[in-house]
Design a protein around this ligand. Structure first.
Ligand code: GSH
Length: 208
């Protein structure tokens, strides 16, 4: 059987969240590692937006990471990631909207010379404070992770690693603990496997 094709990039937080859901749902895909500065022709022909992740199914293409998570979990959700209150979707929207906006303007400050880095860092921190107050449980919605935890953690990781010492001093101990547990988890290690850049003649790579 031909598996769906996942165009992915190891460090992209959107691609990481897609791989997390594909892994927990135990859906096999053919992984094609894309290099963003040298995108493969076939990827550009497949992806309407030219962004990763992109999942090519027999009958359609999913070009949004959250759609890929929803697809995988609709097929199999053994850890009940979808059992989440509506606030979970609001948190994801806040992550992908204002938080990611402020994250990019903090991380890539030189690309936004007219922007105040400090202001953007504090805007991003506002989201972390919100997460922090919700994380004593010890996940966002209770004792185990839900879709929101796994959709948001890759972005918090990206933000934290702009300057980890600054992050540690941000007075968000529950977020620090949540992120550290995630980074030490087997599931994280498995989605962060390294793959060579995909070439059309390369052998098929299965994920997971
Ligand atoms: N809305 C998309 C966004 C994906 C996205 O922006 N991915 C980045 C990499 S982290 C990308 O592919 N950017 C294109 C580029 O850098 O050329 C999703 O959720 O999948």
């Amino acid at each position: 059987m031909d598996h769906p094709i996942l165009y992915s990039f190891r460090r992209c937080p959107y691609a990481i969240r897609a791989r997390l859901a594909i892994l927990v749902a135990d859906q096999t895909v053919n992984l094609r590692e894309i290099v963003l500065r040298d995108k493969a022709e076939e990827f550009l022909k497949t992806s309407p937006s030219g962004t990763v992740p992109c999942l090519k199914l027999p009958d359609r293409v999913l070009d949004e990471s959250l759609d890929i998570m929803a697809w995988a979990l609709a097929r199999n959700d053994p850890e009940n990631w979808l059992q989440m209150p509506p606030e979970g979707y609001q948190l994801i929207a806040e992550c992908d909207g204002p938080f990611k906006h402020a994250l990019d303007r903090t991380k890539y400050a030189s690309r936004y010379p007219d922007q105040d880095v400090g202001l953007n860092r504090s805007k991003a921190n506002e989201f972390l404070f919100k997460l922090n107050s919700q994380l004593s449980r010890p996940y966002l919605f209770g004792a185990s992770p839900r879709l929101a935890d796994m959709a948001i953690l890759p972005f918090v990781r990206q933000f934290a690693h702009i300057d980890y010492d600054v992050f540690l001093q941000s007075d968000v101990p529950n977020v620090v603990d949540w992120l550290e547990r995630f980074k030490a988890s087997t599931i994280f290690a498995r989605v962060m496997n390294k793959y060579k850049k995909w070439e059309p003649e390369a052998p098929v790579v299965h994920f997971p």
